[in-house]
Write a protein that binds this ligand. Sequence first.
Ligand code: ADP
Ligand code: MG
Length: 325
Amino acid sequence: MRIRVSDLCGRFAAGIPPVECATYGLYLEPRAAKREAVQVVEQPSLMPAVQVSNLNKTFRSGRKALCGIKLHVGPGEMVALLGASGSGKSTLLRNMAGLTVGDRGSGEVRMLGRRVQRNGVLARDVRIVRSRIGFIFQQFNLVGRLSLLTNVLAGTLGRVPVWRGTMRWFTAAEKALAMDALAQVGIADYAAQRASTLSGGQQQRAAIARALVQQAEIILADEPIASLDPETAVRVMEILSQINREKNIGVIVSLHQVEFALKYCSRVVALRDGEVVYDGCTENLTPDLLREIYNAQSSRPRERSAKPGLGGLTKTAFNSATDTA
Ligand code: ADP
Ligand code: MG
């Protein structure tokens, strides 16, 4: 791993442990990832949010995590990434954010009209596009000993001078922006509290607030509700959905729970063994497709209903399709 000196200052400033630095727009880079020449910038207005072509990823262990992934997501879409554990969801999201690169000579990832990586090499100016991508992790990635407000202010680090980040010196306007973001996710009352003292749901909402302060144009959320109770999970998904609708911020969220995908996302991209096995409307997901996605064998009879909230499928049918996943 190679760490840039400027990144190091920023990370010390916020007290961010190395594993968490990606959350703050400060990234460790794979040693082998040489950067390409600065790219020509395209018009940002109606650029697709995500363009992935022929992306392969093989880990050193020999494990092939992604096989020929092709994906196109328009601006402002809310997409669920489904798939059983180990199907490649996290690896795909990390490749989109430029946190890891695909195999040498394999494919290209463009986000918000800018190249993130091509042929297994990060774009030289990848930091620019990274600063526009909010990444939300299952385990929240807040700095426990810092206040909620400081954690959320870390969202500004991609655009404030390094010395200010180092001193944790934020302007009144930046603090107001952070307070506004905390209010939007309903936890402004906890601004002064240490992050470690907050519940999981509150910490995840803070992570979303940090993406808002970052002024992210797309949010990649990797199983953001996996460690939350059902009620809190609903709250977090509703916040993501609201941000998507009201601010037109694209959201790509990996989920293990099919019902949440059905309720909040109009489009589903499903992975199995590193390949896209379904990409389409949520309504068109059938128990058979779900069985294929989760590679599940069910002995229960199929059930269908006209209930729109479940995309024409009953809860039982979903359970039967997914309970062996
Ligand atoms: P998901 O997020 O869908 O559970 P992942 O993207 O985490 O799946 O993993 C896809 C596959 O790649 C799995 O088989 C997993 O074991 C493997 N994998 C993930 N990360 C690594 C790694 N750092 N080294 C080796 N194999 C990995
Ligand atoms: Mg994962």
